[in-house]
Write a protein that binds this ligand. Structure first.
Ligand SMILES: N[C@@H](CCC(=O)N[C@@H](CS)C(=O)NCC(=O)O)C(=O)O
Length: 206
């Protein structure tokens, strides 16, 4: 097994996605909680975008973003298999992944807007647009999940990793959305998934 170094902290939802995948597959890794803000962002030498998560493989090659890293890990350690082989099932799992990632993108953008020190620079229109993405994204996820056990088919896949990552991140940063009360099926689903050690051991934290 290659030596994996993961750059990314425990508040980053995309880094959590990768940590869940690593834990599900029992892959040992070293984590460096790189802070990306500031001119001396330590990720830039291995990822020109300066974003986390980024992994370094055997101290040499780097890979980004979370969805590419997940695909790489699924290839080198296929148990449990998180992505079906090429075909429509795989496309469907990747669509769920995009939905989860898109919710996280909106959350990360909102956090950036919140952190603006000058309040008048914050765009209420931009903020409302991101909240609408949460609302629509979660509503569609809840409807499509229904009472099923897994997002796609009859198995645990990357779709479930991405969805739980997204709703946990919302609860962590935007508890006012209160998706648990509004979507009891998501509440039950998240509670069940969180019994898996890979999820329980990676809950978001500052
Ligand atoms: N599409 C990327 C998104 C990664 C991302 O947005 N990471 C954020 C932290 S959660 C980041 O590194 N932001 C710093 C920056 O954009 O400079 C992925 O899936 O990995």
């Amino acid at each position: 097994m290659p030596k994996i170094t993961l750059l990314g902290g425990n508040a980053s939802p995309f880094t959590r996605k990768v940590r869940i995948v690593l834990a599900e597959k029992n892959i040992a890794y070293e984590q460096i909680k790189a802070a990306t803000a500031g001119e001396d962002n330590p990720v830039i030498p291995v990822n020109p975008l300066g974003k986390i998560p980024t992994i370094i493989i055997d101290g040499q090659n780097s890979l980004y973003d979370s969805s590419v890293i997940a695909e790489y890990l699924d290839t080198i350690a296929p148990v449990p298999l998180l992505l079906p082989p090429p075909g429509l099932d795989r496309v469907e799992v990747k669509r769920w992944e995009s939905l989860g990632d898109g919710i996280c993108d909106a959350g990360v953008a909102l956090m950036g807007e919140r952190r603006r020190t000058v309040e008048t620079e914050r765009s209420q229109e931009f903020i409302a647009r991101q909240y609408n993405k949460f609302e629509r994204g979660i509503a569609v996820a809840a409807k499509e999940l229904g009472d099923r056990q897994w997002c796609h088919g009859n198995a645990f896949t990357l779709a479930d990793v991405a969805l739980v990552t997204a709703i946990d991140y919302i609860e962590f940063r935007f508890p006012e959305l209160d998706w648990r009360k509004r979507y009891p099926n998501l509440d039950a689903y998240q509670a069940r998934l969180t019994k898996r050690p890979a999820f329980a051991s990676t809950l978001p934290s500052d």
